[in-house]
Write a new protein. Sequence first.
Length: 290
Amino acid sequence: MSTATGPALRAALADDIDRLLSAEPDVRADVVDSVHQMRVATRRLRSVLRSYRGLFRRESVDDLRDELRWLGGVLGVARDAEVRADRFTALADEQTTQAKRAGRALAKSERAKYAAAHRDIVEALDDERYARLRDRLIALRTDPPLRRKLARKNASPRFSDVLRDDFRRVRRLVRDEPAPEEAERIEHLHDIRKAAKRLRYSADAAAPVLGGPAKELSSRAKKLQTVLGDHRDAVEAMATIAARSDAAAARGSDTSGYDRLYESESDAARKYLDQYPAAASFVRHKYGRR
């Protein structure tokens, strides 16, 4: 029995909205990993609204996506600091002497940034802007602004079209990747990662309708997203280390510890990038085929 587009899309939206709203109390209480969970839910929901935008009355969801971008940005400052703090703590544990001290100093700095950013999150959650967004999400859960004619049609071909478009976006970016020596390659890889994440989320939303093929596509996109996400984390850690090293050098301080940390993260970035060709290999095939 075929599933209508409207109920299928409402179910996908409801899952992400529930994840987002249920994370709020834990974020306020600063429960471990709660900021990450709320940020992921925010991104997933915004991504689904974007990928499936052709099924909505566009004017009704564009502003909502902007508000979700705002919330994701507020959460992102804290989450990025949290990731760097954890990364520098682990990196320090692998080092000795100067590098260990440098790693601990970096971790301490990032934890302070997280604490300040978390206060900003709580302030945002107490703001009228978030209250309005929360009310809109509750309404979206039960009554999304779907295009009525499409809502009654079979979901399978509509969801397949969305996955095909998102798949082709990833494939095009992989195909058009700059040469390794070109400076813009790092940002291009970041764009591939974002496109892979969008494909993953649209495939997750389609899985109850399309079954195994959508689940497999989600798994492959997640692998690509993860590899390039790990690479991006290493690159951003390198930038943070370099900035701290430059500041230390300007004061006439020893930078050998920071140099060692930078070298470790540079090695990690190369290792993650070595996994990229295999992770991206699925885009060589046509959508829906191995």
